[in-house]
Design a protein around this ligand. Structure first.
Ligand SMILES: C[S@@+](CC[C@H](N)C(=O)[O-])C[C@H]1O[C@@H](n2cnc3c(N)ncnc32)[C@H](O)[C@@H]1O
Length: 254
């Protein structure tokens, strides 16, 4: 069996119901950009909009363009931000594997837990550079080399496709080189361990099903998916996923 990459639908309701490590990752990325408050910022893989909401708070006179490839995630985002007018928020359903086109360039690009879902980082970074103003900043975090290694080991034991077959878990060095080749400067990339633990077995199964194993489960017949999640869970000694996170900041060359 081979996991097939494609922009996929997400279970937005389950996603928003879980205490995801993504929330901390988003706060971390948002802590760093030196925003004035009136910029136009692209949220790449905005999902259900938790971070888009925080971004909007940082941009009282600015605008966020929230792009995502999942209709369900974008619908949840629009619900969450129903009170925000079109002068402050644009939502865009788009596939990040093809070059983005925006009506206006943005001053900054922000992304949490998304870029590993896009297989070709060289063209992804060119696409992001292409919508950024010269001198505009990129702040992003996503899964890097060695990501989810404890789950990958169990998948190999069970003869199932690895998550890394559907995702691009690059090293910090590869990422820095690709950012430079795409026209970014002032590049800083690290890859750091950040294990996440769920509070109960039920939460862990929901987390594996809707997030961590989602690409793998796409390639498995629907009727077998629940058992696959149970088999993976049973082989992990604790309800923990060993994440490795790339954290990148860069600036589009002026
Ligand atoms: C793990 S979620 C992260 C969402 C949000 N940034 C957060 O941290 O909660 C990954 C998001 O990337 C989006 N995504 C993955 N591959 C994509 C693609 N090729 N094109 C557009 N969006 C994509 C998914 O639809 C999903 O909403």
């Amino acid at each position: 069996m081979t996991a097939i990459y494609r922009p996929r639908e997400w279970d937005a309701a389950t996603y928003d119901s879980l205490p995801l490590p993504h929330q901390g990752w988003g706060r971390g990325v948002l802590a760093s950009p030196p925003l004035r408050g009136d910029e136009r910022v692209l949220d790449v893989g905005a999902g259900t909009g938790r971070d888009t909401a925080l971004l909007l708070e940082r941009l009282p006179r600015g605008h966020v363009v929230a792009v995502d490839g999942s209709t369900a995630m974008l619908a949840q985002l629009r619900d969450r931000l129903a009170g925000v007018g079109p002068d402050r928020l644009t939502t865009l359903h788009a596939d990040l594997t093809v070059p983005l086109t925006l009506e206006e360039p943005v001053d900054a690009v922000f992304s949490v837990a998304t870029l590993h879902w896009v297989p070709d980082h060289a063209s992804l970074f060119r696409s992001l550079a292409g919508v950024l103003q010269p001198g505009g900043q990129l702040r992003a975090e996503w899964g890097g080399a060695g990501n989810v290694a404890n789950v990958e080991a169990v998948l190999v034991d069970l003869g199932l496709p690895r998550i890394g077959e559907a995702c691009n878990f690059a090293t910090a060095e590869q990422t820095a080189e690709r950012l430079a080749a795409a026209g970014f400067t002032d590049i800083d990339v690290v890859c750091v361990p950040d294990p996440a633990r769920m509070q109960s077995a039920a939460q862990f199964e929901a987390f594996l099903t809707s997030v961590v194993l989602s690409a793998v489960l796409d390639s498995i017949p629907t009727g077998q998916r629940r058992q696959v999640v149970k088999d993976v869970t049973a082989r992990l000694p604790e309800p923990q996923v060993d994440f490795m996170r790339l954290q990148a900041s860069a600036r589009r060359a002026a």
